[in-house]
Design a protein around this ligand. Sequence first.
Ligand code: CMC
Length: 428
Amino acid sequence: MSDKATLTYNGQQFELNVRKGTIGPDVIDISSLYAQTGAFTLDPGFTSTASCESTITYIDGEAGILLHRGYPIDQLAEHGHYLETCYLLLYGELPNEAQRQEFEDAITNHTMIHEQMQKLFAGFRRDAHPMAIMVGVVGALSAFYHDSTDINDPQQREIASRRMIAKLPTIAAMAYKYSIGQPFVYPRNDLDYASNFLQMCFAVPSEEYKVNPILARALDRIFILHADHEQNASTSTVRLASSSGANPFACIAAGIACLWGPAHGGANEAALSMLAEIGTPDRIPEFIERAKDKNDPFRLMGFGHRVYKNYDPRAKIMQKTCHEVLNELGIKDDPLLDVAHELERVALSDPYFVEKKLYPNIDFYSGITLRALGFPVEMFTVLFALARTVGWISQWREMIEDPSQRIGRPRQLYTGEAQREYVMPEDR
Ligand code: CMC
């Protein structure tokens, strides 16, 4: 196969280089197109555009495959732990025992946040959405940790990376505690990452809190499933924000803002609300019809994906985790799970969803699982943000370390007025 693509434009032929990845589709390098032809390309929603070169995560959407540094997501979720996946995403290899110990110790020792940051929380209304608090407080880390904002210093980048992975659970738990009017619970360094998060969310000073290891393991797996997902909207936001040289805390706050939307990280909240609205399996046909109606904005939340045109591999593990959690909690009948199973069955046998290759995504079962773990719906996207932080950071580091990195500056197809003369107010 040729490593050149030929473009005919204005009667002239132009040669463009074709790049080949380790796996995945070829990429036509159009970076010289404007210089050669004076024309831009147009790709709203970036459906055909690779925005960068990356070695971190690979997705084959047709086959339903997700690899981190080459390792399949199901193997990482089955055999590994979240911090091990963090290490893998950040440094490219699974850690040996000494590396694992050093990394886990470092993360554990950075879990506390500057005491003065507590005062920030008091500035928010009690009914503030915890994602609003996350955007504000994570951005504010740059006002507290000046010694790790210089992106040109590898040591500072390393410290900022570890700080965010360590502190996001603390901030997320504080956002939750604040919303329910309970005192903040400090991190405990004798607990693993997920157990510590559970105790910061659910412990109260007046009684002892025992972490259920099965639930902690389930939460750890949920974190693994959300750790990274290639160049999705929030990751691209982080990359674009950081391409200007902005500090890492501000860039991760930008990623959190993007994640909040219902088409992205907010879908788990929306999926659970939808299942509750459907209520009983007999109402499913009505909602299926609405989802298919072009004049109705309703969509099946937790269904469909820009990249996966097959079962989202994360959704399968999430479904299994959901059953494990409900089992452990002795929840024999969850009406929402009944609705979810039936909705999945009906949709997957409906020609509309089959033809458009719309399958359940990770968010379809995550809401039921997180709710069973005790989290209110407003916290769902916060948990996603917490777990995705390592992905954002890994992609940010990769970008900063790439010598060819430049500020991201897309162009446009301008369809507004051509140049015209200013009209004086009395003549309008
Ligand atoms: N329900 C009904 N129809 C749908 C759905 C859905 N959930 N998703 C896509 N379609 C239809 C859509 O109407 C369009 O039909 P047509 O070709 O006739 O106009 C076709 O399928 C393609 O949809 P699209 O909007 O062009 O696809 P996209 O790649 O731009 O959007 C998506 C992907 C995830 C935003 C979309 O599938 C969606 O809105 N899903 C519901 C929200 C959701 O579950 N999001 C979580 C994504 S996974 C977690 C994450 O990564 O954040």
